[in-house]
Design a binder for this molecule. Structure first.
Ligand code: 6PG
Length: 244
């Protein structure tokens, strides 16, 4: 079946990462051009690592007005900011520590401490930053997809999928019982651009279900992401797209 126009398939993860980095530059240019700021919610996990690494290279970094960029996180594991599991630690290592972004422009989720307090604090910070808006409108949201169809820390068959008013929640990664803090689906759906990054053959079956299967967002939380006034793009490598 022909993939919808919003699914872009790349021969290799490297080509996907290069295209994703170009999109970051493009969307940053569009946003900083007319409103002066570029607000991004970063994805965690492994897939975006190379994108962040590329963004820190001269090829891309010199084309980004970092003082106008504000980096947020789509979710965080409840661990310290220097922990190997921390999404902040990964983004800091691969990109933030290597580019001229002012520290005040990096808005990390407090992974250490009480998850409920961290979620409440992050929502307060977002409501302050996006003051006056019923919902935050990120210029760009990066997302990944787990083999179970989760995205950010919105896991299958959890109450978090039904949230309609809060911007930030605590969740638990199933099996691991790992505490998480996550933005909610309504927040992602207010973004101007949402880009999923999906690679690897282990995700091929689930990706086909999410994109072409029947609607079942409780079982496939990635299906919840449908921007109400924005674009949705899926950047996949050939392995992940093998069943599309
Ligand atoms: C996280 C992410 C999560 C991730 C997917 C895919 O904190 O882990 O928010 O949603 O994007 O699990 O992870 P990989 O990119 O490592 O496959």
């Amino acid at each position: 079946m022909e993939s919808p126009s919003n699914v872009l398939i790349f021969d290799t993860p490297e080509q996907l990462a290069l295209a994703a980095a170009e999109k970051f530059v493009e969307y940053a240019h569009d946003a900083t051009g007319d409103r002066g700021l570029f607000t991004v919610a970063l994805a965690g996990g492994n897939t975006p690592m190379r994108v962040y690494e590329l963004l820190a290279t001269d090829r891309f970094s010199n084309r980004i007005a970092w003082p106008q960029v504000h980096l947020f996180f789509g979710d965080e594991r409840c661990v310290p900011p220097d922990h190997p599991e921390s999404n902040y630690a990964m983004a800091y290592e691969m990109m933030i520590s290597r580019v001229a972004i002012p520290a005040k422009n990096v808005h990390r989720i407090i992974g250490e401490g009480n998850p409920t307090d961290s979620a409440r604090l992050y929502e307060e910070q977002l409501r302050t930053f996006f003051a006056g808006l019923a919902w935050p409108r990120f210029n760009l949201v990066w997302l990944g997809m787990g083999e179970d169809g989760h995205t950010a820390s919105l896991f299958p068959n959890t109450e978090s999928l039904k949230e309609e008013s809060r911007w930030v929640l605590t969740t638990k990664r199933p099996q691991l019982e790992q505490d998480r803090v996550t933005l909610t689906a309504p927040v992602f759906n207010q973004a101007a651009h949402v880009v999923f990054l999906v690679t690897g053959k282990e995700k091929a079956a689930r990706l086909a279900e999410v994109l072409h299967g029947p609607s079942g967002p409780d079982r496939l939380p990635a299906q919840l992401v449908r921007p109400v006034d924005g674009t949705l793009e899926w950047l996949c490598d050939r392995e992940a797209a093998a069943k599309l």
